[in-house]
Design a protein around this ligand. Structure first.
Ligand code: IMP
Ligand code: MG
Length: 205
């Protein structure tokens, strides 16, 4: 062994490993989003689309996805002209899905008539929230509606609903960060992670 180098200093500390892992998972998420932006541009390119962000959980994904679509627009002959809008839904308390999915905000959706709409959602679990939103939007007679979800949870509780564009499939765990919350906590984390039992208890309602 070299003089002055202890065995311990040869190893990366737990904190550094954690930092590396967080950066890595954040970069992975950006890679999934970039790939999805390409798929969306391929399928929906050439026509004007209304990108509808589902608040609050979808806002980080929405912002990054739009950045990638804008970058593609700059570098390609055929662009994807778009306008943006927001809708707010509530379907969860603690880590349990609620019976009723509430639409608790959003603009007048009449402007969706005849338009191609891309819904941007953070995560699909049972699929109930998305089915409810799709049924609601039908009333406004859009020409086409596609759904982009950053995550799709593999769960036996699934209703079988699958979004048109999925970033990544995850196991049946409750995840937070990158705008996903547990009772409004953890949205501010840059990376996505599984909530611990300690966190679950501390922020329980
Ligand atoms: P679904 O109706 O069961 O598909 O649930 C979808 C909604 O529940 C999403 O829009 C999220 O807001 C929330 N949700 C489901 N799973 C998670 C999770 O693991 N973390 C955070 N929110 C979740
Ligand atoms: Mg959501």
């Amino acid at each position: 062994m070299m003089k002055g180098v202890t065995t311990q200093s040869c190893f990366v500390s737990r904190n550094t490993m954690l930092k590396i892992w967080k950066e890595f998972s954040f970069l992975m998420a950006l890679l999934w989003i970039e790939r999805m932006a390409r798929d969306i541009a391929k399928e929906m390119g050439g026509t004007h689309i209304v990108v509808l962000c589902v608040l609050k959980g979808g806002y980080k994904f929405f912002a990054d996805l739009l950045d990638y679509i804008k970058a593609l627009n700059r570098n390609q002959d055929e662009s994807l002209p778009m306008t943006i809008d927001f809708i707010r839904l509530k379907s969860y308390c603690n880590d349990q899905t609620m019976e009723e999915v509430k639409i608790i905000g959003g603009d007048d959706l009449c402007m969706l008539a005849g338009k191609n709409v891309l819904i941007v959602e953070d995560i699909v679990e049972t699929g109930r929230t998305m089915r409810k939103l799709l049924a609601h939007l039908e009333k406004y007679k859009p020409q086409m509606v596609k759904v982009a979800s950053l995550l799709l949870k593999r769960t036996p509780r699934s209703s079988g609903y699958k979004p048109d564009f999925v970033g990544f499939e995850i196991p049946d765990k409750f995840v937070v960060g990158y705008a996903l919350d547990y009772n409004e906590y953890f949205r501010d984390l840059n990376h996505i992670c599984v909530i611990s039992e300690k966190g679950r208890q501390k922020y329980k309602m």
